[in-house]
Design a protein around this ligand. Sequence first.
Ligand SMILES: Nc1ncnc2c1ncn2[C@@H]1O[C@H](COP(=O)(O)OP(=O)(O)O)[C@@H](O)[C@H]1O
Ligand SMILES: [Mg+2]
Length: 505
Amino acid sequence: MLGGELDMPNSNTRLVNIDEVQSTARSQRVAAHSHVKGLGLHPETRAALPKGAGFFGQESAREAAGAIVDLIKQKHMAGRAVLLAGPPGTGKTAIALAIAQELGDKVPFCPMVASEVYSSEVKKTEVLMENFRRAIGLRVREKKEVFEGEVTELTPMEIDNPTGYGKAIDSVRISLKTMKGSKQLKLDPSIYDSILKQRIETGDIIYIEANSGAVKRVGRCDNFASEFDLEADEFVPLPKGEVHKTKEVVQDVTLHDLDVANARPQGTRGDVTSLVSQLMKPKKTEITDRLRSEINSVVDSHISQGIAELVPGVLFIDECHMLDIEAFTYLHRALESSYSPIVIFATNRGVCKIRGTDEMSAHGMPNDLLDRLLIIPTHKYDKSAIFSIVKVRAEAEQVKMEAEALDHLSDIGANSSLRYVVQLLTPSKLIAQMCGRETVTKQDVEEASLLFIDAKRSAGVSAKEEAEKKAKEEARSTRAVPRPAAAAAPVIAAAAAPAADEPME
Ligand SMILES: Nc1ncnc2c1ncn2[C@@H]1O[C@H](COP(=O)(O)OP(=O)(O)O)[C@@H](O)[C@H]1O
Ligand SMILES: [Mg+2]
């Protein structure tokens, strides 16, 4: 213990070791879409700009997506579903990710691929339920007792380590300054980790929660704004009031974050505010229905008390024709529940079988679900759109191209697919590099397109080989004992079946 002039924040509560608040949000699949920064709409008219935020063409789909964004922001979309339907490589995934960017990081967005539901360890419905809850946000507003100010002193107090060699940290001394005054605090050493992680140093504005001892860096004090030219840093003014005060703290979490915190064995259950401060590294714990309904009832009561607000986000299910009837039925029911995000599906299938049934249906989805969808079509690109997209992708992947090479690539794209030519960029660059060049020429592109063929050519090659093999076999079997005609029938049926499951053109 140091002298009496030091304050202990709320001396009757032992400071707990609070790791950084960690969200369980999934990392997005953005690598192929890094050039897309939004939907590229006019800020007032909401009309699609011919070229905006990395997007070219596909105007009507982008405008429709913009309308969805507006509806979500006005909270008119919960429990509804959208389907992006169009041939492969027409920007469906890119549009969905752009929707996420337009919504901002306060609205949860959970991307998944339909085939994720097929796991041998977890039930399909469990995967869907978890992702559903990742897509529902809760904004919690709390009045908290805090110490806030600019750090003027930060000293770990060392003592000789009683159990071994070297020194141990006994406590951390922090002085905080505001316009009105300053205060020196002596804090538990467990806080030091979090201080180091957030790289807190003198001159930063921080606050420390009195109850939990959680430390949060707000930003750099703007007195230091001219000192360095750090664009990444956020400068904040010196707080006006006293160091010790009540502050409204707003936290955005998802229901899944709360489920995870609640499923952890330690800690008191049943209080959102204490759960929020318990969010730690996600651990593998089973979240049961009982635990989920526990969270639901706590959330309900917080909402009715006006402390928390539900923020329905977006669950994006890519390649949704991979879902089966069981998954669709479950989703349909979940969409009806009072806690429901907006579900955005994407598919490139026209009419195909609903998985798990023998029924054919549009996009391989059950009719009752199709009925409640808003469907946004995307269309194949023409050469000039492909040209612009390939150009921007080349910049994003740092591939320098000769104009002729770019033109040739877009020609190839117009005859195959956008996806294919985007994939050719890096091989073309490697070929150029092998020849000791920095810039990709038309020859490099040609060579790359010979090394790596597109799906149509590949299917052609396979079909040709298949036919040759069959012809050979037939020739052999006619020489041997003639086979009965019935045995040949299933072969024909099997060959005809996949045709129905081909992507849209
Ligand atoms: N209109 C567009 N403007 C810019 N880039 C696009 C556009 N459409 C597609 N892309 C890019 O082309 C590639 C293929 O598009 P993607 O969204 O994956 O197609 P889909 O999901 O429809 O199969 C991605 O890298 C995507 O970012
Ligand atoms: Mg896609």
